[in-house]
Design a protein around this ligand. Structure first.
Ligand SMILES: Cc1ncc(C[n+]2csc(CCOP(=O)(O)OP(=O)(O)O)c2C)c(N)n1
Ligand code: SF4
Length: 285
């Protein structure tokens, strides 16, 4: 691969024809190209799942971790090399279920990474069990009497935990999705975009037309810096689902707060005193 190439070329995917993941992949590629990123400047990270295959279909640096463990990998990479544009692409099961603890605590750290959650309200790779965002009563092959659990509200959770950029998008609205993706990537700090994505094979409830009937775009005079209004918007998830940047705030990033990282020199380029490491090895081994 030529490092000067801006071609985030895709290969054949293992997704079902008509899956919402295709649009997200296309929009991600378009966003990176429009931002003028070269493939070698980008690291795509995922866990496990259908959505988590996304990094495999773009020509950039990529890492697929264990289920639910995308965020620790992404954070570590950004801490080691702050010049990288680090983007997590993973499902809502991976991000809010198995990776739920990382989700909350990464928000507190505010490492400058971007988190695109492909939210199909189902565990798709494992063939359709209820996920953290499946509605109460959602009947699946496992939850035959309907899910008994209260669904998570990721937008509300992220705002409550202190995230500085929280947005919702829909895979069926590519123009808005690209605009939100670019804003999220440019945001300095942790940014979350919860992307509603139909799974045509295993979620027969939250279909393309289900979302199309319910979603609406936030008005141009909506103020994302007003936290109380943002919380009200976050609570809207039912017959009306707001789309756009729901909450935004200026926050100091992990790198700005850390005395070693704030120098601006990537950790991997900083001079290491090897004799110190040897001293500690002798002391502890
Ligand atoms: C620790 C662990 N638990 C469970 C699994 C099985 N598993 C693999 S993918 C997956 C669900 C993925 O769902 P989601 O993250 O929503 O992505 P989707 O496939 O819907 O895109 C599960 C439960 C696993 N691989 N590892
Ligand atoms: S099972 Fe669902 S999420 Fe997976 S590729 Fe097919 S449509 Fe997409």
């Amino acid at each position: 691969m030529s490092v000067s190439s801006k071609e985030f070329c895709t290969s054949e995917t293992a997704w079902c024809p008509g899956c919402g993941n295709f649009s997200i992949l296309k929009c991600l590629k378009q966003s990176l190209e429009e931002l003028g990123k070269d493939p070698h400047e980008v690291l795509l990270v995922a866990g496990i799942g259908q959505a988590a295959k996304t990094p495999q279909y773009l020509s950039a640096n990529s890492f697929c971790g264990l289920h639910g463990r995308a965020l620790p990998v992404a954070i570590a990479a950004k801490i080691a090399n702050q010049n990288l544009t680090v983007i997590v692409n993973s499902g809502e099961g991976d991000s809010y279920g198995e990776g739920g603890n990382h989700f909350i605590h990464n928000i507190r750290r505010n490492v400058d990474i971007t988190h695109f959650v492909h939210d199909n309200q189902i565990y798709a790779l494992t063939k359709g069990q209820a996920s953290p965002t499946s509605a109460e009563g959602h009947v699946t092959g496992v939850q035959t009497e309907g899910s008994m659990n209260t669904p998570l509200n990721p937008i509300l959770m992220a705002i409550a935990a202190g995230a500085g950029f929280v947005a919702r998008a829909f895979s069926g609205e590519p123009e808005q999705l690209v605009s939100i993706m670019k804003q999220a990537i440019l945001y300095k700090g942790y940014s979350l975009v919860d992307i509603l994505q139909p799974c045509i094979s295993f979620n027969k409830i939250n279909t393309f037309s289900y979302y199309q009937k319910r979603i609406y775009k936030l008005k141009s005079d909506y103020n994302p810096y007003d936290k109380v209004e943002a919380i009200k918007k976050a609570l809207e998830f039912g017959n009306q689902i707001p789309m756009g940047v729901i909450y935004q705030a200026e926050k100091r990033t992990f790198h700005e707060k850390n005395s070693v990282l704030s120098s601006g020199v990537p950790l991997l380029d900083q001079h290491q005193d090897v004799s110190l490491i040897e001293k500690y090895i002798r002391e502890f081994v």
